[in-house]
Design a protein. Structure first.
Lengths: 173, 124
C-alpha cells in the first residue's frame, strides 16, 4: 500500500518492496533492468539510448507508444550513493535531445529533481521517491504549487458538490 | 494509453490553476457548481461590487472555466466542467504514473528474487 504526501514544495511517494535493498538498487541502476519496469504500462516498449551512471552522467530513454509515437526522457545524475541513494534531474526531450515543454501545461517545471532513498525494512526494502521542481522559474514554481494546492483539503472541502458535478458531466459525454 | 501531459490539444491548464488559486474565485465556482448565475446573483453573498465580481469572472472565462451566455441582459455565467476535471486530476495522474511504474518494478523484483533464490538453492 503506497503512502503519499503532497506539499506545495515536494511530492513524496513511499513503497515497500519484498526484495533486498541491493536488488532494488540494481533495478534502478542497471539499464537493462530499468527498461523492463520504468514505463507507464507493460505494453509500452522502451529503449535506453545512453547510460552513464556517475555524477554529471546522462541517461537517455525512449518510450514507444506506437509507430512514430515516442517520448523521450533525459536524466542528469547528481548523486549516486550505492546502495541507497540516487538523485537526478529529469526532463522531456524530442528525438534529437532538445528540451520540449509539456503541451498541456506550458508552465509545468521543465526540470524535476528526483531522489530515490532506499532503507531496509522488515518486509524487504522501503523506497522513498521525492519529486520536486528543479531551479524553477517563478512561473514554474507557481504552477507546481497551484497543482499541489488543489489537493489540500481546504480547497476540496469547498467543493462538496464538485465530485457529483464532474461525474454528471462525464456521464453525459 | 494516454501519458499524463500528452493529451490531445486543449486549453492550457496553467491559467486554470492560476484562476483556482484565488479563494474568491473558488467561491464563485462553488456557487456555479449549483447552477448558472448572473453577476448580481454572484455578488450578493460577498461584500463585493458587481464590477469586482465581473473582473473575477473574466479571469475564470479566460481560463475556460466559465462561459457567459450572450442572450439578454442577465448574461448568466455557467461552469465548464472539462478544465476543472483536468486540473483536478493533474497531479493525481503523475502519482498514478509513478504507481504504475512501481507496480511493474514490484513484478520485476519478485522475478529477480526468485532467480537469486534459485541460484542459491543450486549452489547450496
Amino acid at each position: 500500500m503506497a503512502d503519499t504526501s503532497e506539499t506545495l514544495d515536494e511530492f513524496v511517494l513511499e513503497r515497500v518492496f519484498a526484495a533486498p535493498l541491493e536488488t532494488v538498487w540494481r533495478a534502478w541502476t542497471e539499464p537493462e533492468l530499468l527498461a523492463r519496469w520504468y514505463k507507464p504500462n507493460p505494453m509500452c516498449e522502451t529503449a535506453v539510448l545512453q547510460h552513464d551512471l556517475r555524477p554529471g552522467g546522462v541517461l537517455r530513454y525512449e518510450m514507444r507508444f506506437g509507430p512514430g509515437q515516442s517520448h523521450y526522457e533525459r536524466w542528469e545524475f547528481d548523486a549516486i550513493e550505492p546502495p541507497s541513494r540516487l538523485q537526478w534531474r529529469q526532463t522531456l526531450t524530442d528525438a534529437d535531445d532538445n528540451l520540449v515543454g509539456n503541451p498541456r501545461m506550458p508552465d509545468w517545471p521543465r526540470w524535476m529533481l528526483t531522489t530515490i532513498e532506499l532503507e531496509p525494512h522488515a518486509d524487504g526494502t522501503l523506497q522513498r521517491l521525492r519529486w520536486k521542481p528543479h531551479e524553477p522559474t517563478e512561473a514554474e514554481l507557481t504552477c507546481f504549487q497551484n497543482a499541489s494546492a488543489h489537493l489540500d483539503r481546504g480547497w476540496v472541502a469547498g467543493f462538496d458538490s464538485l465530485g457529483e458535478f464532474l461525474k454528471k458531466h462525464a456521464d453525459a459525454e | 494509453m494516454e501519458l499524463v501531459g500528452y493529451r490531445s490539444p486543449e486549453a492550457s491548464l496553467d491559467a486554470v490553476f492560476a484562476a483556482l488559486a484565488d479563494p474568491t474565485r473558488r467561491a464563485i465556482l462553488g456557487r456555479l457548481v449549483e447552477g448558472e448565475a448572473s453577476v448580481g446573483e454572484l455578488a450578493a453573498p460577498f461584500t463585493m461590487s458587481q464590477p469586482a465580481v465581473s473582473k473575477h469572472l473574466k479571469v475564470l472565462e479566460q481560463a475556460g472555466l466559465v462561459e457567459r451566455s450572450v442572450d439578454g441582459a442577465r448574461r448568466p455565467a455557467r461552469l465548464r466542467p472539462e478544465p476543472l476535471a483536468a486540473a483536478n486530476t493533474w497531479l493525481e495522474n503523475y502519482r498514478e504514473l509513478w504507481e504504475a511504474r512501481f507496480g511493474q518494478l514490484d513484478t520485476l523484483l519478485r522475478d529477480m528474487v526468485r532467480l537469486e533464490q534459485g541460484k542459491k538453492d543450486d549452489d547450496g
